[in-house]
Ligand binder design. Structure first.
Ligand code: SAH
Ligand code: F3S
Length: 433
């Protein structure tokens, strides 16, 4: 009987891809097959996130649960960003953990498995040219990493300390991976990095100068690639060339993530984001002007140290001006190893919660207005998921989650859908052609 692997993935899309890489390595080199029952597994992996404090707390209670329900000889490994920043501390607090593998050491998974109490968390380890074995959770959508690490030093963010400096993956490896994915049936390629439009600043060896815009052109030149998505770009690097390629290239889905963080130029400065409120508004306006059906999503942090009522009002102003189609909003959470952790002008937690509530309720109003605009529209949907309620779900080019009545044969197809019933986060429709 084959050995069984249970893996839980927290956090961002890069973690999802890192998990796929670990599943692939463990299958090819060690014969593991996936299970969704932790109690049946011979190996339990948790791929962790450390961007905010909550998931870190959750980790230790979860580890306790896994330790109780696991088979007697099963191993437990902690991977990802919390592994990078807590390292051997994890084994101290939870001595039954067999190994700890950092977010930048994914390629060592089959090695640490055989070294009890191994802690591999080097953040200058360069795996940008490692050829991972193939495994994808979705047959339709292919996640592809284009860089590792992050070169920015946003003062609130722990990621540069868990994933290390930024190194771009050579473009020919990315193009080859995209080619393999479409040969295996995927129509959509999803390019991933902490800062995708900074692509090409640094390769670990000699490499032709290829920036993100050029990479987009090369991937879109592949026959069989019908859709390209990417996350996350940085507003600072949204130059005209990039926005124009985004507008012009029909294979690029018209959905852009523009992480604002704050609408106040003073707070942006304290966060070391490198742009102003005006620059952000200018880039968003250019996008809306060049791509009328674009959907813009964002990340916002409220109650960053020193955020005054006036600063928060500026954030609300940007929210009202850009009218984002999607907002991921968070209350500031101080993180170890970051500059902002030392800032002393913290905002009272209740004020933070109230700002978050105000922001989210204003955004719900915007969504209620936007959904009326979706009603009756015809959008192109790529169907990816069969639901148990008789619906097939997919995403429109501009990122609306759309469901139609249908069955399996719709999976992996792209069709025009008329939206008959739009809600805040999902729309129902009928295929028109
Ligand atoms: N470059 C990455 C950012 C990863 S963190 C990306 O764009 O995906 C994802 C989001 O978490 C950030 O954009 C930010 O809004 C939020 N975040 C990061 N650190 C945080 C902190 N200390 N407190 C609250 N939210 C934070
Ligand atoms: Fe974090 Fe800023 Fe990089 S949010 S991942 S340091 S771009």
């Amino acid at each position: 009987m084959s050995k069984k692997l249970f893996i839980e993935t927290l956090g961002c899309a890069m973690n999802v891809r890192d998990s796929e890489h670990m599943v692939a390595e463990l299958h090819a080199l060690e014969g593991y097959e996936l299970t969704d029952q932790a109690g049946e597994a011979d190996l339990i992996l948790i791929n962790t996130c450390s961007v905010r404090e909550k998931p870190v707390h959750k980790l230790f209670s979860e580890l306790g649960v896994f330790n109780k329900l696991k088979k007697p000889d099963a191993k437990i490994g902690v991977c990802g960003c919390t592994a990078s920043h807590l390292g051997k501390e994890i084994i101290k607090r939870a001595p039954y953990v067999n190994f700890v593998l950092g977010a930048r050491n994914v390629s060592k998974i089959a090695q640490v498995l055989h070294k009890d109490k191994a802690v591999e968390i080097e953040i200058d380890y360069d795996e940008s040219q490692f050829a991972f074995k193939d495994f994808r959770t979705s047959a339709h959508k292919a996640y592809i990493n284009i860089s590792i690490g992050c070169d920015k030093q946003c003062t609130f963010c722990i990621v540069p300390k868990t994933r290390g400096d930024e190194i771009s993956i050579p473009s020919e490896l990315i193009v080859a991976e995209a080619r393999r994915a479409v040969e295996n049936g995927a129509k959509e390629v999803f390019l991933l990095g902490q800062n995708v439009n900074n692509y090409g600043r640094r390769f670990s060896g000699e490499h032709e100068k290829v920036n993100f815009t050029e990479l987009l052109r090369r991937v879109s030149a592949l026959e069989g690639v019908e859709r390209i998505r990417f996350t996350s770009p940085h507003p600072l690097h949204m130059d005209d060339e990039f926005i124009e390629e985004f507008a012009r290239n029909p294979k690029i889905c018209k959905s852009m993530h523009m992480p604002l963080q704050s609408g106040s130029t003073d707070i942006l400065k304290a966060m070391k984001r490198g742009y102003t409120k005006e620059w952000f508004l200018n880039r968003a306006a250019k996008l809306r002007e060049m791509v009328p059906n674009v959907s813009i999503s964002t990340d916002i942090i409220v109650a960053f140290p020193g955020e005054s009522e006036e600063d928060f009002a500026q954030t609300m102003e940007v929210l009202n001006a850009v009218r984002f189609e999607q907002v991921f909003s968070f209350k500031y959470s101080p993180r170890p190893l970051t500059e902002a952790e030392q800032f002393t002008d913290e905002i009272d937690s209740e004020i933070g919660s109230e700002r978050l509530r105000l922001l989210q309720s204003r955004h719900d109003e915007i969504l209620d207005e936007l959904k009326l605009e979706h009603q009756g529209k015809i959008v192109e949907v790529y169907f990816e998921e069969l639901r148990s309620d008789g619906y097939v779900a997919g995403r429109s080019d501009n990122n609306v989650g759309v469901k139609v009545k249908g069955s399996e044969e719709l999976l992996g197809t792209i069709a025009k859908v008329k939206i008959t019933e739009a809600h805040r986060t999902v729309a129902y429709g009928e295929i028109v052609a």
